[in-house]
Design a protein. Sequence first.
Length: 305
Amino acid sequence: MTAPTDGATARLAERLLGMRANREVIPPDPSHSVRWHEHDYPSPLARWNYHPEYEIHLIRKGTGKFIVGDHIGTFEAGHVSLVGSGLPHDWVSDLEPGEVLERRDAVIQFDGKWIQQAAVTVPEMEEVKPLLDQSARGIEFLGRSARAAAASIEAMGETEGLERLHHLLELFTILVRAPQEERRYLAEEWFRPQLDGQAAAVVDIVLEYVFSNHAGNIKMSEAAALVGMSEPTFSKYFKRSTGQNFSDLVRKLRLAHARRLLEHSDSAISDICYEVGFSNLSNFNRHFLNDTGETPRRYRQRTQN
C-alpha cells in the first residue's frame, strides 16, 4: 500500500471525523436481560472499539485476524471469545474486493451490574463473577467448549422469553466450566491503553493498513501519513493508544499468520517465513521461538498431530 493520495487522505479524514465517539454506545434493550445482535462484515460496528459492557462474540464464517488488547491472532468460523469491560477489540476478515460476509457475527453484550444485581436474589449467579474478572484479558474458547457455546449463542437468537433466558444461562454454564485447556487468555495482564475517540479512530485505520499488508512491505512512514502525523508523533501516539510499539504489532501479526500456516498447510517452513513477511529464516526462527517458546518445526509437529 502506498502513501495516500489527496483523495484518499480526504476520505480518511472524513472517516476520522465520523468516528469521534470515545467508545461504542450499546443501546439498552428493556425487553431482554442482555443484548443479542448480528451484523455483516464490513459493517460500521466492526472496528477497533471498546465499551463498558462485556461481550461474547461468535464468528460464523470466513477467516481473518483479530486483536484483543495487545494480543493478535487469527480466526476462522466457530471462533468464540469473551471480551471484558473496556478492553478494545477488532475482528478483520480476509475479503476479496467488494466481498461482503452477511451475518458474519453473532454478539451478546451485557452490563456487569446486571450480574451483580441478579446475584443478590439468585445466588447461583455468583458462579459467573470469577469468569468476568478473568475476561479483563479476553478469553478465546477452544474445542468442545467453543462448539457448545456457539450452539447456545445461535439458540439465543432464535428464541424469546424464558427459552432465550434458558439458553443464556446454558451459555454462562459452558463458559464458566470450560476446562483450562479449552481457554486461551489473550491480552497481557498489565495491558492498559489510553484510549479516546480520536485514538480509537486512528488505530482502526492503522490496523486496516497493517492487516491488509502484513505479508508485504509495511512502513511506519506510510501508517503515519495515513493519519496525518509525523513518524515520531505517530510512534508515541500509537504506543500510548495500543500499549505496544508499531513494530511489535507487525511482528505479532506475521507470527500469528505463520502459526496458522504451520497448523493448516504442508508448505516448507522457509516458504512460510517469506510468505508472512520476514526477510530471512534465522530472524523468523528467532522471533517465533521467543513468541511461542518452541521452534516452527516443533510447533507444526505438536499442532498437526
